[in-house]
Structures are given as structure tokens and as C-alpha cells.
Design a protein around this ligand. Structure first.
Ligand code: UD1
Length: 419
């Protein structure tokens, strides 16, 4: 069956207000964390995305009762009784690896395979495994199947991460909340989604302190119960819609959005020449003036510029006067959208970690293919500001991270159709 595509007629200036969807990168670890609770968790503001459905399927497979409806996911993990995740479920999404810490915490055992080959380059899990070993688990990693066992249960310990990995920090948190004693994570990831995970766990009775900083301290508890939790808004979706508006020289109000979630990328829009105001819990971004290049942007762990926003911001800079340079330090293959942008008329040269963008006056519609989630979104952003019609195929990549992207863009005045 041929896949779906977005057909975008560019050149319309977008304006309006939106409330962004709940954060994918917060929902997925929180769904995995719900396995640790004996009782029901009600997760509101959950984006209805394929990865969220995949997490629900995993939870049901493990014996939980999980159902998703109208942006609320309800998980009852009282009946969980399995600790194995089949290969085909692991491969459905990369974040399935976060179930490792949760399963070990709940059952003292787990068996799962590596998540499927990745579109962003290698995504090793050595830090996850080293940390779990330090907490008392034996790890057997053979023929792509990882079996972890903690005969005497997991125990707290001090873990210094060599790099502030988001996934490793989450896996350790999940393993530690039911472990014996205190776990301290040094050089922990500081992303807002880690704070959200900590908030959820604490509501369930866990004791997690210091999230948002580099040192997280977790005191193990005997058991956790369920809770009601609102998933934080998706900061990368917000960055994408701001980029869409900037690319079309429009303006947007992002409603009910804590500006702290945007501190890592909003300054770049200001540097381009956008007007940015934070008011009453909302953010306004206006791009009515001509935009200019921004010099060098280096992707870094939070609070640095997020690698997930690199592609969509690049799509705006393609038509900003002057030069901009990206240095991508997090993933190896994160410039796969560049060929499509060049096909649309952009002037971008890449060499290793660097991408140099010389702003052009115009870009043109073309037939392009999404190669990964954020790269696909970048093509849509460029298309909105380009002359003529663009078709972005392989829409399934974009759907992994954006809830009905065509409806959100249409509500801002874009001409976008899903075909
Ligand atoms: C998470 C996000 C992803 C984002 C990324 C970086 C989710 C579901 N995904 O991915 O959208 O792009 O953070 O902000 O939240 N690494 C190792 N060994 C490990 C673990 C990681 O070498 O054991 C390396 C990775 O290869 C990468 C870097 O550390 O170069 C950052 O990865 P990490 O922070 O773990 O990203 P993810 O959790 O996979």
C-alpha cells in the first residue's frame, strides 16, 4: 500500500494561536514508569501518536490493562505478570528500551531485544547496561537479546554518567525508585521531560529529588501506587510550529506554554530577527521583519540547543539573509533532510558534523521524501515558505511525533492536505 503524503501549497503567511500537544518524549518514559505502580495511572494530555500506541501494546502484553482515548491513557498495572517483550514490539519504536529499567524494578528480571536500527545513526545503550549492572543486575547480551536479572533485587548506588544521556537517566530512575537504598545519578540529563518523569514518579509515592539539575537523588521505596498526571507540552512540536510561522513570515501565540520549556531554542528565533514575547503563561513569536542568519548553533544536551529542533530551525534559516552554521554533536546522521531542502532551492553544504547554510531569497516546491521524524517536519516547514506545491511522502515518519500536523497547520492558515 502506498504511504500517505502531505501536499503543501506554499507562500501563505501563517498566523493564529495553538495549544501544543503533550510531549512525546515525556509520555513514553511515563508510560513505561506506569508499570512500576500497583494501581491505576491516568495520564492526561497524552499525544495520540504511533509510539504511544506501541507503548500501550507493550503494557498490555506485559499483563497490564492499558487503554487510550481522547488524549487520556489509563494504565492499570496491578495485573502485570510478564517480563519479556517480543522482538517485533521492541522494534516498533526506539524508546522501548526504557521498559528495561521498569521491568527490572518491578520483576527483578527482563528479557528484550535491541530496538530497531536507527535513522539517526548508532544509538548505543552501554550506559544503560553499565548502570543496571552497578545496581546489582547481571546482564546477558547475546544474539541481540538482552536478559537482565537481579537475583537479590536492585540496590541503590552512585552512578556517574560519562554523558548526560536522556534515555540512560530515565532507565536508571525507573530502576531506582523501587530499589533498596539511595541511588545518586551524577551528570544526569537535565531535559524538562526528566522533570516531568520525576513529577509523575513522586505523585506515585516515589522519592526523586534534583531533576532538572545534574545530580538526581532517588530513595528506593517498597511500592508505588497510581496517580493522575498531566503530560507536559511538547517543546519540539512548539519549536516546529514556531519555525513554520517564521518560514512564512507570520505570527503565532503558543498558549499555556511555560517559557522555561523553550529557553533552549527561543533565543535563536530572536537572533533571526523574530519578535518574541512571553506573557501570562503564553509565548508570542512574530516574524514580520526580514530574517537574518544566526552564525553558529551547536546542538547540545539541555539547556543547550536541542538536536531535535535542528532540522526545523534549519528549514527557516534556508531563507534568512546571510550565513548560519550548525554543528551537530549528538547524533551522527542528523542531516538527512538536507538533500530535500537543497532540492527545494536551499544552499546548504555539509561536512561531518557541520552544515553551512547561505540564505537564499526563494525556495520552490518539489517532491521530497521524509527520512526521519524531525527531518520530515523540516521539509514541511520549508514547503510552507516555498513557492508552489511540495509533496512530502513517507508521512509515517512525521506522524511519529506530531498529532495531526495537517490540522494544526491548517488552523494557522496553511494550505495542507493529507493524501
Ligand atoms: C532522547 C530523545 C530524542 C533526543 C535525544 C537527545 C526520547 C524518547 N528521545 O533520545 O528525541 O534526540 O534524547 O536529546 O526522549 N549514548 C551512548 N550510550 C548510551 C546512551 C546514549 O553513547 O548508553 C549517546 C547516543 O549515541 C547519543 C547521545 O548519547 O550520541 C545522546 O543520546 P540520549 O540522550 O541517550 O538520547 P535518547 O535517550 O536516545
Amino acid at each position: 500500500m502506498p504511504g500517505q503524503k502531505l501536499v503543501i501549497e506554499g507562500g501563505k503567511s501563517l498566523s493564529g494561536e495553538i495549544k501544543v500537544q503533550g510531549a512525546k518524549n515525556s509520555s513514553l518514559p511515563i508510560l513505561a514508569a506506569s508499570l512500576l505502580c500497583s494501581g491505576e495511572s491516568v495520564l492526561r494530555n497524552c499525544p495520540m501518536l504511533s509510539d504511544v500506541y506501541a507503548s500501550c501494546r507493550i503494557l498490555n502484553r506485559l499483563g497490564c490493562k492499558c487503554r487510550a482515548e481522547n488524549n487520556t491513557v489509563i494504565v492499570d498495572s496491578s495485573s502485570a505478570d510478564k517480563a519479556e517483550i517480543p522482538d517485533e514490539m521492541m522494534r516498533e519504536m526506539r524508546s522501548s528500551i526504557i521498559f528495561m529499567g521498569a521491568l527490572l524494578g518491578r520483576f527483578g528480571y527482563c528479557s528484550l531485544s535491541y530496538p530497531g536500527g536507527c535513522e539517526l545513526g548508532p544509538r548505543p545503550i552501554d550506559m544503560h547496561l553499565d548502570a543496571l549492572r552497578k545496581m546489582g543486575a547481571s546482564v546477558n547480551d547475546e544474539f541481540g537479546i538482552i536478559r537482565c536479572r537481579a537475583e537479590k533485587g536492585l540496590h541503590g548506588t552512585k552512578i556517574s554518567l560519562k554523558y548526560p544521556s536522556v534515555g540512560a537517566t530515565e532507565n536508571i530512575m525507573l530502576a531506582a525508585v523501587l530499589a533498596k537504598g539511595e541511588t545518586i545519578i551524577f551528570n544526569a540529563a537535565r531535559e524538562p521531560e526528566i522533570i516531568d518523569l520525576g513529577m509523575y514518579l513522586n505523585k506515585c509515592g516515589a522519592v526523586v529529588k534534583g531533576t532538572g539539575g545534574s545530580t538526581i537523588v532517588i530513595e528506593g521505596r517498597e511500592r508505588l501506587h497510581g496517580c493522575i498526571h498531566n503530560i507536559m507540552p511538547d517543546r519540539i512540536a512548539a519549536a516546529t510550529y514556531i519555525a513554520a510561522v517564521a518560514a512564512t513570515r507570520g505570527e503565532i501565540n503558543i498558549l499555556n506554554f511555560d517559557a522555561a520549556f523553550a529557553e533552549s531554542f527561543l533565543p535563536v528565533f530572536e537572533q533571526m530577527g523574530c519578535d518574541v514575547y512571553v506573557y501570562d503563561g503564553n509565548i508570542y513569536v512574530g516574524a514580520r521583519k526580514p530574517l537574518k542568519g544566526v552564525g553558529k548553533i551547536i546542538t547540545m544536551p539541555h539547556p543547550g540547543f536541542p538536536t531535535d529542533a535542528q532540522a526545523v530551525v534549519m528549514a527557516v534559516l534556508c531563507r534568512a539573509k546571510g550565513s548560519s552554521i550548525f554543528e551537530e554533536t549528538i547524533f551522527e546522521s542528523r542531516y538527512r533532510h538536507v538533500n530535500a531542502l537543497v532540492k527545494m532551492g536551499a544552499d546548504i553544504k555539509t561536512a561531518g558534523k557541520a552544515a553551512v547554510i547561505e540564505g537564499v531569497r526563494k525556495m520552490y516546491g518539489a517532491k521530497v521524501e521524509a527520512t526521519d521524524l524531525r527531518g520530515g517536519a523540516a521539509m514541511a516547514v520549508a514547503a510552507l515558505g516555498a513557492e508552489g506545491i511540495t509533496e512530502v511522502s513517507e508521512l509515517r515518519y512525521i506522524d511519529r511525533g506530531y498529532e495531526s500536523i495537517e490540522n494544526v497547520l491548517t488552523s494557522l492558515g496553511a494550505s495542507v492536505k493529507r493524501v
